[in-house]
Design a protein around this ligand. Structure first.
Ligand SMILES: [Zn+2]
Ligand SMILES: [Zn+2]
Ligand SMILES: [Zn+2]
Length: 380
């Protein structure tokens, strides 16, 4: 199923639209807004943190916005979420706690006392809402997009990085398949000294298009919106057959025409079956490293290489994300897309294109997403 890559951005835009439609007067002010969210035991997921930051962006000045957190929980310990918010530089002006474990008890000496204090907390929360000062809504959430020159540079950067990511994913599939195979057949390796096996390699080739032939690609959706387009000039892509009223009818984001780019080439994938020998691969690896390795050392090295490759891929996707955010004028804005959003967009494109090896690449994109989320958690 194809999903919007950044549902948060769409959701926030919809809330803004709804609020604006409710207000009849010029004075577009809101007293308070409530976000209700469930959390897991140890942390608040990144998406929830992004939501909280995005909600603040609905208002003209987000400096004087009070955040009141009402934590309800049933464990004996206080929830850790307050620390998570603080660690993510979200200032909480007031915190209230209610232990709802009494809901699940019918007797016990502490039952009445807990209920009494909980009622007080609910009262405090409602009283606090009364003290909130009105905040003015932003008139528009749309950001200013960069001028033509800058825009073209950003699009070119994305267009260069994108095939590097797909190539890296292919490498990742190969490395992981190899590690899985030799791990599973470790006994055969120690008894026979060598094993040979066949793996499928996905090769990516770039084909130059014939003179006069062009394609219209969306750099935000990573999709080819018009194959065989007659318009080579990026500034004239508004007239491309894929566009209607300045927006694309083909890509999943229905992006603005200026997010599209002409390419003089297309990429093709082919699948090649290759037979490999463990011994040969290990020997050439050892030659490269300049030392002989025990089986477990070799495996450790290979796993480290996979981690390094994931880190390089993460950096490339991060760079694509930054370019696309800048392209939309969202670079220092909570509505900016995250690495996860870009990965989802790339997965969507893979699902639509269904080119050779796409299922494996999607699997690797998921691995990359897990890796990227870990980096984010570690940095916090
Ligand atoms: Zn076209
Ligand atoms: Zn498009
Ligand atoms: Zn698009």
């Amino acid at each position: 199923m194809i999903q919007k890559a950044c549902p948060r951005k769409e959701h926030i835009k919809n809330i803004h639209k709804q609020l604006k439609s409710v207000f009849k007067t010029e004075q577009q002010e809101v007293d308070s807004m409530c976000i209700i969210t469930s959390t897991n035991h140890s942390s608040l997921p990144n998406e929830q943190l992004d939501y909280i930051l995005s909600i603040k962006y609905l208002f003209q000045s987000n400096l004087d916005i009070d955040i009141c957190c009402f934590f309800t929980f049933t464990e004996t310990d206080l929830p850790h979420d307050q620390n998570v918010l603080t660690m993510n530089e979200i200032t909480i002006n007031k915190s209230l706690f209610a232990n709802l474990s009494a809901v699940f008890q019918t007797t016990g000496a502490s039952f009445n006392a807990i209920w009494k204090s909980n009622f007080q907390y609910f009262r405090d929360f409602l009283n606090h809402l009364d003290t909130c000062h009105p905040k003015t809504l932003r008139s528009s959430l749309e950001a200013e997009v960069p001028a033509t020159d800058k825009r073209e540079k950003l699009k070119s950067k994305v267009a260069d990085l994108q095939p590097e990511v797909t190539k890296g994913l292919g490498q990742l599939v190969e490395n992981k398949t190899y590690v899985d195979t030799i791990s599973k057949r470790q006994n055969d390796i120690s008894s026979m000294g060598d094993i040979s096996f066949t793996i499928e390699e996905i090769r990516q080739t770039q084909e130059q298009l014939k003179p006069g032939q062009h394609v219209t690609n969306c750099v935000q959706c990573f999709f080819t919106c018009h194959e065989n387009c007659s318009i080579p000039d990026n500034e004239k892509k508004i007239d491309c057959a894929a566009m209607k009223d300045g927006y694309c009818t083909k890509c999943t984001g229905h992006c603005i025409w200026s997010a599209h780019k002409n390419m003089p080439y297309v990429f093709h994938y082919s699948c090649v079956e290759v037979t490999k020998s463990y011994k040969e691969m290990k020997t050439s690896y050892e030659k490269e490293k300049g030392k002989t390795l025990e089986f477990h050392e070799y495996l450790e090295n290979l796993n480290k290489d996979i981690e390094d490759l994931l880190a390089r891929l993460h950096d490339k996707v991060k760079r694509i994300t930054e370019c696309n955010n800048e392209l939309q004028g969202f670079q220092h804005n909570p509505l900016a897309g995250s690495v996860s959003d870009t990965i989802n967009e790339m997965i969507n494109a893979e699902k639509l294109k269904k080119e050779i090896g796409y299922e494996k690449r999607i699997e690797m994109f998921r691995e990359l997403e897990i890796f990227s989320n870990l980096i984010r958690v570690r940095r916090n």
